[in-house]
Design a protein around this ligand. Structure first.
Ligand code: ADP
Length: 391
């Protein structure tokens, strides 16, 4: 019975002498040892299954005849199969993607590591990286396959490449003007009293643009790095708005725009960062002034509801068409390129605003109509009062 794997010794084995007793004792010990080993093997197997099924990487193994002997949930999900549908099947019969098949076949034939990257078929279109290694085991000459979803990673890499290209292009534009104006001055215009000052002023203006671009890029990098805590202070919203209005009154007056404040009568306190909120309001009001024709108006409003302190910047300007509304928060996206350049815009102001608002756990909304104007509304979580803490 023991040899059949039935590890319970029958009761009442005949007890006729020392030999039997010895045999019985050693068989009892043997069955205990075997049972422990079986338990240990089961526990290890369960542990292995648990590790495999909690992995984000897909893991598959196939035997020497190409049949799937092991597949975790992630692998099945990535390849859009039911796990049970994969187990026991010949992998190359179910996989249609040429790059994936080629990598498996290469390792099967040459017994060497191979890798590939491919996009899945069907609607999900994920980009997967696959690494195939021969199983180094004398009893099993199959291969093991690890799949990693690199869709986001590749997208980020692409965004970074685009960003670097954009930055270089943006910085080159004012630099090219500076070089052109100084070249003109050097080749004679410096002695032309009617124009020389104008050229110098242009050089100063373009240097200013370059300076704003670098400042905005550094600000964006700081916000995006996530290293600064933007949520820790109590910020008096009305006071921040008043300060911004004071700072920008002259810019508005020069552009012949009426800048008004319409503040909530009670103080509005939010949890955030005073400097960050000032940058947000400043950027929004500067934009409102820049994109509103002469004679128009810009209003800064504050309010509060149960949860949020609210700042609205309302202008009677040129407006933003619906297709551009979702995109103007992207880095370097400009709806009105000519006007932005004329005003020394960097195309970064609104992406800084969006990141800062999000870093303070808030949100920004936009309503706009072409030719009528735009309203940017910022919602920031209010100070937690003792009443809310208690509840
Ligand atoms: P910029 O430095 O070009 O102003 P922003 O990131 O601040 O960059 O804004 C992106 C684009 O959104 C601007 O180029 C402009 O086309 C548009 N925009 C922003 N604010 C307004 C507004 N109040 N009215 C109309 N268009 C706006």
């Amino acid at each position: 019975r023991v040899s059949r794997g039935e590890l319970e010794l029958p009761e009442g084995l005949p007890d006729d002498g020392d030999h039997w007793t010895e045999l019985r004792t050693s068989m009892r010990e043997m069955t205990t040892r075997l049972k422990n080993r079986e338990r240990e093997v089961t526990r290890k197997l369960e542990q292995l299954q648990a590790v495999l099924s909690s992995m984000v990487e897909g893991v598959l193994s196939i035997d020497s005849s190409g049949h799937v002997i092991q597949a975790n949930r992630a692998a099945a999900n990535m390849l859009s199969f039911e796990r049970d549908h994969l187990l026991g099947r010949k992998l190359l019969e179910v996989i249609r993607i040429p790059e994936f098949r080629a990598a498996i076949e290469r390792t099967q034939l040459q017994r060497q590591f191979s890798s590939a990257e491919f996009v899945t078929l069907g609607t999900s279109k994920r980009r997967l990286a696959v690494r195939v290694s021969p199983i180094q085991n004398p009893q099993e000459s199959g291969v093991s396959i690890v799949l990693q979803d690199v869709t986001e990673l590749r997208m980020l890499e692409m965004m970074r490449r685009d960003f670097v290209a954009n930055v270089s292009h943006e910085l080159k534009t004012p630099l090219a003007s500076i070089m052109a104006y100084s070249e003109t001055l050097r080749s004679g215009a410096i002695n032309d009293p009617e124009h020389n000052m104008e050229f110098v002023e242009q050089i100063e203006k373009q240097a200013g643009v370059l300076n704003s671009q670098i400042k905005d890029l550094m600000e964006l990098a700081r916000v995006e790095s996530g290293e600064t805590d933007f949520r820790s202070d109590e910020v008096p919203v009305n006071r921040v708005c008043e300060r911004c209005a004071d700072l920008l009154r002259e810019l508005a007056a020069r552009a012949e725009i009426t800048l008004t404040l319409d503040l909530a009568t009670r103080p509005v306190m939010v949890m955030g960062d005073g400097n960050a909120l000032e940058t947000v309001v400043n950027n929004l009001v500067t934009n409102a002034i820049n994109y509103t024709p002469r004679g128009g108006s810009v209003r800064i409003e504050t309010a509060a509801d149960e949860q949020f302190g609210i700042v609205r910047v309302v202008d009677t300007g040129i407006g933003i068409k619906p297709a551009d509304q979702a995109r103007i928060f992207e880095r370097f996206y400009r709806a009105d390129k000519a006007r932005s350049r004329e005003k020394g815009g960097t195309g970064l102001g609104l992406s800084i605003v969006k990141h800062l608002v999000q870093a303070m756990d808030g949100r920004i909304d936009l309503e706009s109509q072409i030719g009528r104007g735009s309203t940017f509304s910022v919602h920031l979580p209010r100070r937690t009062t003792s009443a809310t803490v208690a509840s």
